[in-house]
Design a protein around this ligand. Sequence first.
Ligand SMILES: C[S@@+](CC[C@H](N)C(=O)[O-])C[C@H]1O[C@@H](n2cnc3c(N)ncnc32)[C@H](O)[C@@H]1O
Length: 269
Amino acid sequence: MSKETAVYTHGHHESVLRSHRWRTAANSAGYLLGELRPGMTALDVGCGPGTITADIAALVAPGQVTAVDTTREILDQAAEVAAERGLQNLEFTTADVHALDFPDDTFDVVHAHQVLQHVGDPVQALREMRRVCRPGGVVAARDSDYAAMTWFPEVPAMGAWQDLYRRVARANGGEPDAGRRLLSWARRAGFTDIIPTAAAWCFGTPESRDWWSGLWADRTVGSVYAKLAVEGGHATPEQLTAIAEAWRTWGAQDDGWFMVPHGEVLCRA
Ligand SMILES: C[S@@+](CC[C@H](N)C(=O)[O-])C[C@H]1O[C@@H](n2cnc3c(N)ncnc32)[C@H](O)[C@@H]1O
């Protein structure tokens, strides 16, 4: 595997998109909102199904937003989200963050949510994001940190889930504990003006617990991640079934609580 080549661990299975489509600029990009102004241009890297992208587009309109991802299929879904919301200031194109096909100094804002943890060379990715951002513009990145995720009550195989996910993600060339590394990566990419922050998602209501546990249970047995886990020799199908069952057991607890912490960096280009 070349340094920049990583396999996107989750893939775009329905159980994965169930999580991505829930995302909004408010619940996933709060640290960036104070920077956005009507008329700005923005690039959203690794936009996935594009719900955060659409929120950003609404906030910067009439400024133009460009959304990129490596796969055409997910860009088509993101374009549908934009069309459903009546947004006309968005365009979608395939691109790899390691080598963006845009001139230097193109965008006012360059954003990546939950992307750098999946790429082979996050420092090169940030260098590219910096290159295409105009001087004085802002590069914003946010990633979760799997080792720091925590939950209650203890369900034995949930620990096996955390351990397995991190092993599979690393074997695919990614860094599952990316949140804590963003500041270091941004410094290595050449940024000197960086605001590092952290924020968390919390799933502790009956509805959010049911949703979060259900999507992880389904993802554990039905997504690209499940296939990669078995093919890579990281787990047997029986072990994946046991982990999915653990997610459902945790999700059925009336006092079940789960926290997903994220590192964030707001970097002045
Ligand atoms: C976890 S999803 C996040 C999607 C979206 N930003 C969100 O938060 O809802 C990561 C996305 O990054 C994309 N991706 C992975 N590697 C990439 C690369 N090298 N360049 C651009 N996008 C990439 C994947 O295809 C996937 O859609």
